[in-house]
Design a protein around this ligand. Structure first.
Ligand SMILES: C[S@@+](CC[C@H](N)C(=O)[O-])C[C@H]1O[C@@H](n2cnc3c(N)ncnc32)[C@H](O)[C@@H]1O
Length: 235
């Protein structure tokens, strides 16, 4: 579907105004104001990253692994929740207590409203990754910022989506390292860690896993385009 067809199908206001906004370079999802993420309506505005199809793949693959690993109610932590799309989809599919964090207060407002809209009961915490969190979790999932600061990205993304949602230091690896470094303090004995990753980052994330969680197993899964996109770390 083209962007104009998308607007015609989903936009409720004045279509001519909407087309002008599109021509001015605004992403169609911000103009419409919401997206469908795994069958859930997720409101979006420029405070949050527009949920991507690859992230739906991450959630589906994580659900499969959770279902084959746990058979009781579990505790899930979604780091860098943005619009809340991951946390909400998991809360709907899995018997669980879900907690989600983001450093952006504005993003968390959007996530809280999305949680209400989708009738989920999620604990949202405004913090830097898992700072101040003392609970332990069975599943930790994150789609953190992972674009290297010197990588060229599409203008429509750079100019419209929050930079804080996109870029990470250390060649895009900053958040994976920060998450893995102290993760033992917030995981149970048996756990699944699920990350969305950049397509060239797997080997370096594997080295970080060897450093911080040497006993755990690791698996990389490609997205539907055949690019490395998801990492699962288990114990
Ligand atoms: C790539 S977006 C992912 C959003 C959402 N989870 C998704 O998959 O669509 C990354 C999110 O990380 C948040 N973020 C950036 N730095 C953070 C930090 N230090 N601690 C927690 N969240 C952070 C941003 O505000 C943004 O919402």
């Amino acid at each position: 579907m083209t962007d104009i067809e998308y607007l015609k199908k989903y936009y409720n206001g004045n279509i001519e105004d909407a087309i002008k906004r599109l021509e001015n370079g605004e992403p169609v999802q911000y103009i419409v104001g919401n997206v469908d993420f795994m069958g859930n309506i997720i409101n979006v505005n420029p405070s949050v990253l527009i949920p991507r199809f690859e992230t739906e793949e991450l959630v589906s693959e994580t659900i499969k692994r959770i279902k084959s690993t746990f058979n009781t109610k579990i505790d899930i932590l979604d780091l860098c929740t943005g619009s809340g799309c991951i946390a909400i989809s998991l809360a709907k599919e899995i018997d669980s207590n879900v907690t989600a964090t983001d450093i952006s207060k504005d993003a968390l407002e959007v996530a809280k409203n999305n949680s209400k809209l989708n009738n989920t009961n999620i604990t949202f915490i405004n913090t830097d990754l898992y700072t101040g969190i003392n609970n332990k979790y069975d599943v930790i999932i994150s789609n953190p910022p992972y674009i290297s600061k010197d990588e060229e990205i599409m203008d429509i993304v750079y100019k419209n989506e929050p930079n804080i949602a996109l870029y990470a230091d250390n060649d895009g690896l900053e958040f994976y390292e920060r998450i893995l470094k102290d993760i033992k303090s917030i995981i149970k004995d048996k756990y699944i860690i699920a990350f969305e990753i950049g397509m060239t980052q797997y080997d370096r994330i594997k080295s970080l896993k060897e450093l911080y969680l040497p006993e755990a197993s690791i698996e990389c899964k490609k997205d539907l385009q055949g690019r490395d996109r998801m990492v699962f770390i288990y114990n």
